[in-house]
Design a binder for this molecule. Structure first.
Ligand code: NAD
Length: 699
């Protein structure tokens, strides 16, 4: 049973018991209604207390049920709440720890509510592209007032029970318990004290008014419109709460329901729900069960104090884990240290970090020039130059000094992690930890699993990633891993588009309109065009026949590496980041086209977006088939958290599913006919071709 039933004298206690957070899945809903009937049928029972076992009152709906028949299977949440509200005997909700979403809507159907201090209360549905769908938008304004309720609903943020209890006039809580420990005892006593009250108070009967409704809701819409951008749900929250002030309760409920169901079918909500589940899935590795023993990470070593080494160190310092940072020369070490300091100081200036916290973090950092100082580190991350010779030197040295059982990680972007592992006599301890720049900011961490990487090492680094608040996605070993391998195809397409007649501005604009944080050319200018140049030089040796546009090489030959050199695909004014169209670059592209003998054509924004996004999709299908990524949703996580792919589209794989794989393949076949593109690349990956033929989807 997912809820337990016990009688304490004349009070029945129904305790949700569906770990980890008492999700209100079908089995739990059945159990609640059965126990409610049992309590009402028992003449000795005078009142009922409803609470949750373990870590929560309830975290709300079981989101794995969303979109499945079980979500609406009776008793659905609405019916359960109605049954509680219609109970002949008083029902008292005893709320603690977490009362979110359906886990708050259920208590709102109870006749009384008592909360423990520290209970997180909220309606987070908007974060899944929805509005509360079981009366939250109609009942919460009746107990909290319209404005506080709308703030809670639109933000989706939880608020502590003590804070809410202090709101003047609030009727959410009838009582606060003295402590979490005394909650049940106080709830049972409270239930006893109201056992004889009739008629029973119901939230639905409370009035719901705003003294200046029209003006207030107009103002609220203006505020929300600015924030919501690509998402319809936040404005719908305003509509639903406004309805609570204008319609009869049952009409308001019907209005809420209609909005909820419509939102459920929007691509935006589908994307958000997909990413919610994808994030949890990414942390699991099929052959590394949760019971796998983990090593302890109490101290970390970082080798190289450059762009990446500094940012990587900050992650661990922020989590309170001491870091020893090693360089070969004092001046490089000083520079690295100064950059970390500058970063923290700017956070202090902006009020994002307290001075004492800054000092605590700096005190955890030990700079050094001596490998000896790494001998106690539990995890050492190498972030030195991207050169296999230098990596070899570093790993051979590490093998000599690191203690047995230390995890040795490389932040390489392109080199073979298996080769790096074999520079040591302990390849089972070696793993790739591919951070993204700026490493202290970007959420994504690709965890590169070598052929010999130990399962306990995988379990440990996935856990460490959580501690430093990264979204870890496992990748197999291949050139570029998941993210950069895909972006190389995307960049190649961007180059072909220039050759054929588009300008960098047009390409960037089209992709940014689609929702990317930045188009490929602004992105190149930010990251440094020399990075791609180095990769293309290597490629030219490995695959001399690979077709690509030479325009980016020509740009680099002009020394236009991007923002850092004050010029790239765009011009930049000193100290500013605004990208200004460059006449010189446009002329260079024109001359290049002439050299190729291509007569420029007008290219539509749709074609630009399709070629760029579908190039990601086709490469991703190869990556999946080769087992480099474990699941399509892992690829979506990589693109959302590391590459600025629009969240409301859910990542390249979900987007392809939504467009329809048949349509994606048809477009690829069209692109194959273009003589200025790479026909061989556009041959649909076998997995994609098969799914398209079967009418299947990636997910
Ligand atoms: P960087 O040039 O900014 O820093 C490298 C640092 O390593 C320098 O400070 C250098 O003095 C130091 N170093 C060189 N050899 C050393 C040695 N033998 N022992 C100790 N220190 C040594 O480079 P970066 O951008 O920080 O890149 C470092 C690594 O991270 C590379 O493997 C790179 O591919 C990878 N990476 C870079 C990015 C990025 O965007 N910059 C992103 C992901 C991964």
């Amino acid at each position: 049973m997912t809820a337990e039933y016990k009688v304490h004298g004349d009070i029945a206690v129904i305790t949700l018991n569906n770990p980890p957070i008492n999700g209100l899945g079908h089995a739990t809903r059945v159990a609640i209604t059965r126990h409610l009937e049992q309590a009402n049928a028992d003449g000795a029972v005078k009142a009922i207390v409803l609470t949750g076992a373990g870590r929560a009152f309830s975290g709300g709906a079981d989101i794995t049920e969303f979109g499945t028949p079980r979500a609406t299977q009776e008793p659905n949440l609405l019916s359960v709440i109605l049954a509680v509200e219609n109970s002949a005997k008083p029902v008292v909700a005893a709320m603690h720890s977490i009362a979110m979403g359906g886990g708050l809507e259920l208590p709102l159907g109870c006749h009384y509510r008592i909360a423990a201090p520290g209970c997180k209360v909220g309606l987070p549905e908007v974060r899944l592209g929805l509005i509360p769908g079981a009366g939250g938008t109609q009942r919460l304004p009746r107990v909290m007032g319209v404005e506080t309720a709308l703030n809670l609903i639109v933000s989706g943020e939880p608020v502590n029970s003590e804070l809410l209890a202090q709101q003047p006039g609030q009727k959410l809580f009838d009582k606060m318990s003295a402590s979490a420990e005394s909650l049940m005892e106080e709830a049972i006593a409270f239930a006893r004290s109201v056992a004889g009250t009739r008629p029973l108070p119901r939230v639905r009967d409370l009035p719901c008014k705003h003294p200046m409704g029209d003006a207030y809701f107009q103002f609220a819409r203006n505020m929300v419109k600015g924030m919501a951008k690509n998402f319809p749900a936040p404005l719908k929250c305003v509509d639903a709460v406004e309805a609570a002030t204008q319609k009869k309760f049952d009409d308001g409920m019907a209005f809420e329901r209609e909005i909820f169901i419509n939102l459920m079918f929007t691509p935006e909500s589908r994307a958000l729900r997909h990413l919610f589940i994808a994030e949890r899935a990414a942390s699991k590795i099929a052959d590394v069960p949760a019971s796998t023993p983990k090593r302890e990470i109490k101290s970390v070593g970082v080798i190289g104090a450059g762009t990446m080494g500094g940012g990587i160190s900050m992650n661990f310092l922020n989590a309170g884990i001491p870091v020893t940072m090693l360089e070969t020369k004092q001046d490089a070490l000083d520079r690295g240290l100064a950059t970390i300091r500058k970063n923290y100081e700017s956070q202090v200036k902006k009020g994002k970090l307290k001075q004492d916290k800054y000092e605590q973090r700096m005190a955890l950092l030990k700079p050094t020039l001596a490998y000896e100082d790494l001998k106690d580190a539990d995890l050492v991350i190498e972030a030195v130059f991207e050169d296999i010779g230098v990596k070899q030197q570093v790993f051979e040295k590490l093998d000599q000094v690191a203690k047995p059982g230390a995890i040795l990680a490389s932040n390489t972007s392109t080199l073979d992690v298996n080769r790096i592992a074999d520079f040591t006599k302990r390849p089972q301890d070696v793993v790739g930890l591919h951070f993204f720049s700026p490493a202290n900011v970007m959420k994504l961490l690709e965890v590169v699993r070598g052929a010999k990487t130990g399962k306990d090492v995988m379990a440990t680094v996935m856990d460490a990633a959580k501690k430093i608040r990264k979204t870890a996605v496992v990748s197999g070993v291949c050139d570029g891993f998941i993210g950069n391998r895909m972006i190389e195809q995307y960049s190649r397409q961007a180059g072909f588009l220039l050759d054929e007649g588009a300008s960098p501005q047009q390409v960037d604009r089209a992709v940014e309109k689609f929702g990317f944080a930045m188009g490929p050319f602004r992105m190149g200018d930010l990251a440094g065009n020399d990075i791609g140049w180095a990769i293309r030089k290597r490629r030219a040796q490995e695959r001399p026949n690979l077709k690509y546009s030479r325009s980016a090489d020509k740009l680099c030959e002009l020394g236009r590496f991007g923002q850092k050199t004050g010029a790239g695909w765009y011009d930049y004014q000193a100290g500013k980041r605004d990208a200004i169209a460059s006449e010189l670059v446009n002329k260079m592209i024109e001359a290049h086209r002439k050299e190729l003998g291509i007569a420029p054509r007008k290219i539509s924004d749709d074609e630009i977006v399709q070629r760029l996004v579908f190039s990601l999709v086709n490469e991703a299908a190869h990556i999946l088939q080769e087992g480099i990524a474990a699941r399509p949703s892992d690829i979506d996580m990589v693109y959302i958290t590391g590459y600025g792919f629009p969240i409301h589209r859910g990542g390249p794989m979900l987007y392809a599913d939504q467009v329809g794989l048949f349509n994606v393949v048809q477009a690829m076949k069209r692109f194959q006919q273009n003589p200025n593109d790479d026909a061989a690349f556009w041959e649909p990956a076998p997995l994609l071709a098969r799914l398209a033929a079967e009418g299947g989807t990636f997910s």
